[in-house]
Design a protein around this ligand. Structure first.
Ligand code: ASP
Length: 438
């Protein structure tokens, strides 16, 4: 069996980092499939190669701007190429430069060149074969076509060792198409599935998943294991762990993921499994997080509970205005829809409310803005008596007024609406009570 290991941009930002990543690959024979991001930031003021490629594309008609951006890209790759002296780095850079500047290249093609060149270089250094992702990763109507991708992968020699660029594939017209930003995570998952791997290792610059964002809770506890479901909930509620589409190719197999730090490979990392193992069942709460910028659209109508089809009529208007609903709550005479503010940024909100009100004949529609949804995510929350009581006692003693509460039937998450400016205070207080005092 084999392992796919994907390295993020920070893990590949300099020749020293690339060498360290390749040491990791060489340390285990099973690491036959290596997926790479474009070089990331070298330091906090640095720039990601992908961002620079975007800037090059935007400035392709402005010689000075273009040259300034491209020379930063070229310098990054020249420095990395010192690990593989026979690699024709200047030729490769000249080609990419002219492709961006003079061809009709689309932005996806341009943005993909960071991964492309990094993979070629690292393949040369490792002595692995370079396999272009556009050979087998297919998009259809802008979305990953997993079935076609898997069947094309079957035609490849599955016994070889490959370095594969992350982030992109090819669309139905034969053009390069990228995933959204951070999409090399998805490539890693596709490769793990397509090559029947036992494990997908995702190497970055963090030790694994933390219960809370370390920028809010310093030294927040690392989680040993999470289930696929918990990870989905975490990402949905704003914890940035992996690209949102990463799990899709892994569900069926199912292939576990391990998140590890390429700067501290001796640490265990976090395992993400379809189902947690018995050993980790004690770890009840895996995430305390939250997301601001929600608006709650409250619809009031007397005897709402007796109105057949009312919800359908209301949601049809959201659909027409392309407003995605994140959560709904309903009561006897009230119906609440939670939407992210960004969902209605480009339309006239007033016009939408007017239309909604005329179509559903509501008594009143009120928009409550600046709401944050606080989330406690975990495993078997129902198995822990009094967890809700503890949460509310904590919020009460912090003087927080709770706007809304939701606990999923599967008890994987508890979601609480609070005022936006209180979110950080809530996360800190709940971490202290539920994790530290436990
Ligand atoms: N290089 C791309 C980005 O910065 C894709 C990735 O690293 O996953 O978003």
């Amino acid at each position: 069996m084999s392992i796919t290991c994907k390295f993020g941009g920070t893990s590949l930002a300099t020749s020293v980092n690339v060498r360290a990543a390749c040491e990791i690959v060489r340390a285990d024979e099973k690491r036959r499939l290596v997926v790479v991001s474009a070089p990331g930031k070298k330091n906090s003021d640095g720039k990601k190669v992908t961002d620079l490629l975007h800037a090059c594309h935007a400035g392709r008609f402005d010689e000075t701007l273009f040259n300034a951006c491209f020379s930063m890209i070229a310098d990054t790759f020249r420095e990395i190429a010192t690990i593989a002296p026979s690699f024709p780095i200047e030729e490769e850079l000249d080609l990419i430069r002219s492709q961006i500047k003079f061809s009709e290249s689309n932005i996806d093609f341009v943005a993909s060149r960071g991964e492309y060149l990094n993979a070629k270089l690292i393949a040369a250094y490792l002595g692995y074969e370079f396999l272009d992702a556009s050979k087998f990763i297919r998009f259809q109507d802008g979305e990953l076509d997993l079935a076609r991708t898997l069947s094309l992968a079957k035609t490849l020699d599955q016994t070889k060792r490959y370095v594969i660029p992350g982030f992109y594939g090819m669309d139905e017209k034969g053009h390069i198409k990228t995933f959204s930003r951070g999409g090399s995570d998805v490539t890693g998952a596709i490769v793990a599935r397509a090559f029947g791997c036992e494990l997908y290792e995702n190497w970055t610059d963090v030790d694994g998943i933390r219960v809370s964002d370390p920028r809010i809770v310093e030294n927040s506890k690392k989680v040993e294991q999470v289930s696929f479901r918990e990870l989905r909930e975490m990402s949905y509620m704003g914890a940035s762990v992996l690209h949102a589409e990463t799990l899709l190719p892994l569900y069926e197999a199912p292939i576990p993921i391990v998140l590890k730090n390429s700067f501290r490979p001796e640490l265990g990392g976090t395992r993400i499994l379809k189902k947690r193992t018995e050993k980790s069942r004690g770890e009840t709460i895996t995430c305390i997080t939250g997301k601001s910028d929600y608006t709650c659209i409250q619809i009031s109508k007397a005897m709402l509970d007796k109105q057949l089809g009312f919800v359908k009529k209301a949601t049809a208007v959201f659909e027409e205005y392309h407003i995605n609903i994140s959560h709904t709550h309903s009561g006897l005479d009230n119906l609440c829809f939670f939407v992210e503010r960004s969902e209605y940024k480009s339309i006239s909100f007033g016009e939408f409310v007017k239309e909604l009100s005329s179509r559903i004949d509501a008594d009143k529609i009120k928009a409550h803005e600046k709401i944050a949804l606080l989330a406690v995510i975990g495993h078997d929350l129902s198995g822990r008596v009094g967890i809700l009581a503890k949460i509310f006692n904590t919020l009460h003693s912090e003087g927080i007024s709770v706007k809304t509460v939701y606990q999923s039937i599967s008890e994987c998450n508890i979601i609480i609406g609070v005022e936006e400016e209180k979110l950080t205070q809530c996360v800190k207080a709940l971490y202290r009570e539920l994790i530290e005092e436990g």
